[in-house]
Design a protein around this ligand. Structure first.
Ligand code: GLN
Length: 411
């Protein structure tokens, strides 16, 4: 194999999904952030309709079907406080993932450094490295009280001096993720302003991963809108899968100034040429319909409800957790949960931090699948999160209730 993939260990998604499938009693899956129920009717109907349309079964424009780019411009212009140009400022990508990849491919030269905050979504690292870039890590500092009581995701703090200290003459980009996976943190205006100062001072590019933007329970500020001059420095990444509950559709987008988008579009064309047509068209229709059926408000309220099912169970069990400002993840602190000393953990679990043992034991003995968050850290900083497990709550009420029932075994 090439240097790009050689030596990679299996990713955590494949590892947990495989271990889940191998359990004799099927665990309740609160691990990967996928929905275990169908998207709303208006979304499904849109997809069914589009497959019958002649043009939808052929290539789309490489930047995406104009209907979707127009729908995105209509939906996002008010949120960006400017008229977004469908031709020059928006590209539809194969999921948010290919959006990041295209931006990294478009802007990284060998040795260029990209700052990531820990915990980071794991795909960033490989996407940067495959494009010759070098990730540089700055941890978000967990609140000490996180082991004692529920804390707000806001309390996971960015040490701006550490961010400043990480800048070198090779630094090209910073990746921010807000609402954040796995913390559910929404970066405050103050934090974003501090980041903005650094970005403008060093003329950096920011990839702002805002795929959970529609799932914000507290006020959400977009870095790109904070100051007029930032629009030329920030490319915002969005996700149809997260927005409409259809992660398998692989429809995402990037929004930014023409000067960023034009090179990202060049990379995107060479990577996948264009995204599948029918589901782009369906996503365009879904945006139109969503406003009519009051989808956005309902979406948020059902997720608050889903979160509260888990939160109540954690409260009862005395397991502290981080209250998300957004997203459908919650980090629970398992420092008080004792693992049996003689438990037969396999070698690939024993060689990893404590959260992998917690995850494996929860899977086998409690019957609930979670994600060990130190996968989103360097080895050096992994101790910061080794007592945590990430739970996804983009699941049916029944699934969540069943998980709560099984969690009672922790008493
Ligand atoms: N974003 C989702 C999660 O964090 C899915 C990740 C993936 O499958 N790569 O669970």
């Amino acid at each position: 194999p090439s240097f790009r993939v050689a030596g990679s260990r299996p990713d955590v998604w494949t590892m947990v999904n495989k271990a889940t499938a191998e359990c004799k009693v099927p665990p309740v899956s609160l691990s990967q952030g996928f929905f275990d129920y169908s998207p709303p009717k208006f979304v499904l109907n849109a997809a069914k309709k589009c497959i019958d349309e002649v043009s939808c079964n052929q290539y789309s424009h490489t930047r995406g079907r104009i209907s979707l780019r127009n729908a995105l411009s209509k939906a996002y212009s008010p949120l960006f406080n400017r008229k977004l140009n469908s031709d020059t400022e928006i590209v539809v990508t194969a999921g948010a993932n290919e959006g990041f990849y295209s931006v990294f491919a478009a802007f990284l030269n060998p040795g260029d450094e990209v700052i990531l905050m820990e915990p980071f979504f794991d795909q960033y690292v490989s996407n940067i490295q495959m494009n010759g870039g070098v990730p540089v890590y700055v941890p978000l500092i967990p609140p000490k009280e996180g082991a004692e009581r529920p804390v707000s995701a806001k309390e996971w703090r960015l040490d701006i001096n550490r961010l400043r200290a990480a800048i070198t003459d090779k630094t090209k980009m910073i990746v921010i993720n807000t609402p954040h996976n796995p913390l559910g943190k929404i970066f405050s205006e103050e934090e974003l302003n501090e980041i903005a100062d650094i970005v403008l001072e060093h003329n950096l590019l920011v990839v702002s991963d805002e795929v959970y933007d529609r799932l914000s329970y507290t006020p959400f500020v977009r870095l790109a809108t904070l100051r007029p001059e930032l629009f030329r420095h920030v490319v915002t990444v969005g996700s149809g899968g997260k927005t409409f509950g259809c992660t398998g559709w692989r429809v995402g987008w990037i929004i930014g100034d023409e000067s960023i988008i034009k090179y990202s579009a060049t990379a995107h064309t060479r990577i996948c040429f264009c995204v599948n047509s029918p589901l782009q068209e369906a996503t365009a229709i879904a945006f139109e319909e969503a406003d009519k059926v009051g989808y956005w408000e309902e979406y948020i309220s059902t997720y608050k409800q889903r979160f509260s099912i888990l939160a109540e169970a954690f409260d009862q069990l005395g397991i502290p957790y981080t209250i998300p400002d957004g997203s459908y993840y919650v980090m629970a602190n398992f420092s008080k949960v004792k693992l049996p000393e003689d438990y037969p953990f396999p070698e690939h679990i024993l060689s990893r931090p404590r959260d992998f043992r917690l995850c494996f034991w929860m899977l086998k003995e409690i019957g609930v699948a979670t994600i060990p968050p130190t996968e989103f850290y360097t080895d050096e900083d992994a101790p910061l999160a080794e007592d945590y497990l990430r739970f996804s709550f983009c699941k049916t009420y029944e699934t969540l209730e069943e998980a709560v029932k099984r969690l009672q075994k922790l008493k």
